[in-house]
Design a protein around this ligand. Structure first.
Ligand code: SAH
Length: 246
């Protein structure tokens, strides 16, 4: 069951009712793993009023202080956005994104990430994602209620699963080989630090450098060995910069 490997992540939800509505939307579609990143207010009672019988999903909710922790162990992450973003991320329609997630979830953990009601996902949060999905709407009124957006995506996941996980449009990488979110993020931070140390990157004048590099690497789906090689190169650069001990 791929759906059992898919977590729904809500970043900084502000309305308990949306958390309950999300739990219900999930349970209807056989999804059970709800993760919250620093919810503004979260009273089980209030959320449970909108959960309408999906209290088991609410009772198992995981709360995290940041998105990195919420994505721990995930090999594949899709973000959602009501509006197209300026920095071109791989963009999918809901059905394609769902097929992709289900196929990936057959091999390991995957996540679908939703933004806060008012602000949506920040670009930094989107950098943690391999792709972006926008639910088609009237362009003049594109922002859905959070729990409604979860419902549509949960339905697409359920459909993708019941179609028997048709082959995903991208090549799948062997389950043990792919680096998870946390490993890749440590590599990004290491890369950033080295680029600062060698004077290539100035955090005061970032010119979107890190964002562009992250986008480049998220297209390839880095494997564990590749992350190790890249970090080895970074460490070698750092060691060269230390003046020799004469
Ligand atoms: N003003 C925000 C809207 C946030 S709505 C923005 O422009 O992004 C809250 C969340 O619901 C979004 O972060 C996204 O996760 C989801 N959502 C709302 N409408 C959506 C749509 N048309 N497609 C995909 N996700 C949507």
């Amino acid at each position: 069951m791929s759906l059992a490997n898919i977590r729904i992540v809500l970043v900084a939800p502000t309305h308990a009712g949306n958390i309950g509505g999300t739990a219900r939307a999930m349970k209807n579609m056989a999804l059970h793993r709800l993760h919250l990143v620093s919810p503004a207010e979260f009273s089980i009672g209030e959320a449970s009023a909108r959960a309408a019988g999906a209290d088991d999903v609410l009772n198992q909710v995981h709360v995290h202080p940041n998105l990195t922790e919420a994505l721990d162990g995930c090999r594949y992450v899709i973000g959602t956005s009501a509006r197209p973003r300026r920095l071109a991320w791989p963009q999918y329609d809901p059905a394609t994104a769902a097929r992709q997630l289900v196929a990936e979830a057959g091999q390991g953990e995957a996540a679908l990430v939703f933004g806060a009601e008012r602000t949506g996902l920040t670009n930094t949060e989107l950098e943690r994602c391999h792709g972006l999905v926008t639910i088609p709407t009237d362009p003049g009124f594109s922002s859905l209620n959070l729990a409604c957006a979860v419902q549509i995506m949960a339905y697409e996941l359920f459909r993708a699963e019941s179609r028997g996980g048709s082959p995903a449009p991208v090549d799948l990488v062997a389950p043990e080989a792919i680096a998870d979110s946390a490993e890749v993020e440590r590599f990004y931070r290491h890369l950033e630090q080295v680029l600062i140390e060698i004077g290539f990157h100035d955090p005061q004048h970032p010119r979107k450098l890190m964002r562009r590099l992250i986008r480049l690497f998220s297209r390839v789906r880095l494997e564990v060995n590749e992350v190790n090689i890249l970090r080895g190169i970074l460490t070698a650069i750092q060691e060269r910069r230390t003046p020799p001990n004469i």
